[in-house]
Design a protein around this ligand. Structure first.
Ligand code: AP5
Ligand code: MG
Length: 216
């Protein structure tokens, strides 16, 4: 099964993808995580995109499609792929369709996660992640059990993102509404779209996603 998690910054795409990886043996392909990894390892491309990401603008289609294309040239994960934060433009959506077609695969569900803007601001401003295993936390809604230590892997390398500030978030939201939200109509018209209320508790959102996938 190949699925897309579609939603604005802070909607909970990464949080839900991690549950799907554990429960369904799927592989999470987050272009945001891939780009941050390129930046952390100091590759030429990573250095080129760092400022664009920190400002909250979109990286070029060419770069992100290239990242996905590279991964899709390899083996199929047992449970299929979760596309998290990709596609984000119509050109990326067309490219993904073509890449899957070439592999003889289909898109099984596109899940639009709906969360109002005010809640997105709260979520993004309280977020921190584990630099070692990628677990996603929140100061208020999902703190670690022991302060400063990741529940999942025990690492003390807990980080905040360079783009999780009010100014970048405003830009990320603008980019989302201008360039990414048209994908809701794109997938709706293809009968591929399902929606979940992303405002509920994390476990409630997970079970809403699970029931969509069980029917797909
Ligand atoms: P990316 O990393 O994809 O960021 P984003 O889309 O802005 O989304 P986030 O990761 O901020 O949010 P999320 O939905 O994953 O939420 P999370 O689960 O963490 O992209 C970053 C940048 O990279 C872009 O701005 C762009 O520059 C570039 N980029 C990436 N992909 C690109 C592409 N395809 N094309 C071009 N450029 C690209 O949750 C957020 C917080 O809320 C956490 O603290 C979490 O604990 C909490 N939370 C989650 N769910 C709930 C819940 N149900 N209730 C309460 N709290 C919750
Ligand atoms: Mg994310």
């Amino acid at each position: 099964m190949n699925i897309i998690l579609l939603g604005p910054p802070g909607a909970g795409k990464g949080t839900q993808a991690r549950t799907l990886v554990e429960e369904r043996a799927m592989e999470q392909l987050s272009t945001g995580d891939m780009l941050r990894a390129a930046k952390d390892s100091g590759t030429e491309m990573g250095n080129r995109v760092a400022d664009v990401m920190a400002r909250g603008e979109l990286v070029t289609d060419e770069i992100v499609i290239g990242l996905i294309e590279e991964r899709l040239a390899g083996d199929r994960p047992e449970g299929g792929f979760i596309f998290d934060g990709f596609p984000r433009t119509l050109a990326q959506a067309d490219a993904l369709g073509e890449l899957l077609r070439r592999r003889g695969e289909t898109l099984d569900a596109v899940i639009s996660m709906q969360v109002e803007d005010e809640a997105l601001v709260r979520r993004v401003s309280g977020r921190f992640t584990c630099g070692n295993c990628g677990e996603v936390y929140h100061d208020e809604t999902r703190p670690t059990s022991e302060e400063g230590v990741c529940d999942h892997c025990g690492s003390t390398d807990l980080r905040r993102r360079a783009d999780d500030n009010a100014e970048s978030l405003k830009q990320r939201l603008l980019e989302y509404y201008k360039k990414t939200s048209p994908l809701i109509g794109y997938y709706y018209a293809r009968d591929e779209l399902s929606s979940v209320d992303g405002l509920g508790e994390i476990a409630a959102v997970s079970s809403a996603i699970s029931s969509i996938l069980d029917k797909a």
